[in-house]
Design a protein around this ligand. Structure first.
Ligand code: SF4
Length: 252
């Protein structure tokens, strides 16, 4: 009997990641810069396969991507950073996504419950030190959630903040040590909502109640006509990002 030909050994995770880290993504970026988000998602799905994951906070952009992912690869692992401070309306979107698309979004939680966390910090850290709170309840769990993956999908748009505007469609994410893919980077808010209404995509009803961006309930308020989209997040503070998508490593 002929022996099976030797198979190529699988490169280690570290070697694979190093090749992604040192790779020049310029060619992919110029090809995908104005591509339809579905094309970007298909490319990511084919390139990274089961080593691709996605984070969602169930914002309108995330819901659009979930609709597209349901058509491309409904088995993709999707997770939500469940800080313990999310609105009930946000978590209800998870149920509607499961019913509509069969996608079971995994909840990734911090090491401590809110009760344990607040027992250690009688004045909650979201008041005294929100950067620390986001670090403990979002950044650390995200780091854990992407371990073993090569790439993650985010639903940021470039016109949301200055940092997001400088982000490429695909590139090495040094903060979390994997490739980051941003399929909706070039979409506007208007395009997102047009897609939601055209395809009857489930979304958080708070967006019909004066909220233009929804995060944790202690750090989110509705916005008034003329205010910027993210002005209801950490209102009254200099903070504009939780640190997941900022380019400023001081928030880590
Ligand atoms: S958004 Fe507010 S409550 Fe949520 S993790 Fe950050 S500081 Fe804490």
């Amino acid at each position: 009997m002929l022996a099976e030909p030797p198979t190529q050994p699988e490169p280690s995770i570290a070697m694979r990641l190093e090749s992604f880290q040192t790779r020049d993504w310029a060619e992919e970026n110029s090809r995908l810069a104005h591509a339809d988000p579905r094309e970007i998602l298909c490319w990511a799905n084919e390139t990274f396969g089961r080593k691709l994951t996605m984070a969602t906070a169930f914002g309108p952009e995330g819901c659009v991507l979930l609709h597209m992912i349901a058509e491309i690869n409904p088995k993709l692992r999707v997770f939500n950073l469940d800080t313990g401070y999310q609105f009930a309306e946000t978590l209800a979107v998870r149920d509607r996504v499961r019913e509509r698309y069969g996608i079971d979004v995994e909840l990734v939680q911090p090491d401590t419950t809110v009760a344990e966390y607040e027992a250690d910090h009688p004045i909650p850290l979201y008041v005294t030190n929100p950067d620390r709170c986001c670090h403990d309840r979002k950044i650390v769990p995200l780091r854990r959630a992407v371990l073993g993956y090569d790439a993650w999908i985010s639903s940021i748009r470039g016109d949301q903040t200055a940092d997001r505007a400088r982000t490429p469609v695909v590139g090495w994410d040094a903060k979390f040590s994997l490739v980051k893919v941003n399929p909706l980077l070039n979409w506007t808010r208007r395009e997102v909502w047009a897609f939601i209404h055209a395809h009857d995509v489930p979304y958080n009803p708070m967006f019909d109640q004066g909220y233009s961006s929804v995060g944790c309930f202690p750090c989110t308020r509705p916005t008034a006509e003329g205010e910027s989209e993210r002005s209801g997040r950490w209102a009254g503070k200099a903070k504009t990002e939780c640190g997941l998508h900022s380019l400023d490593s001081s928030q880590l």
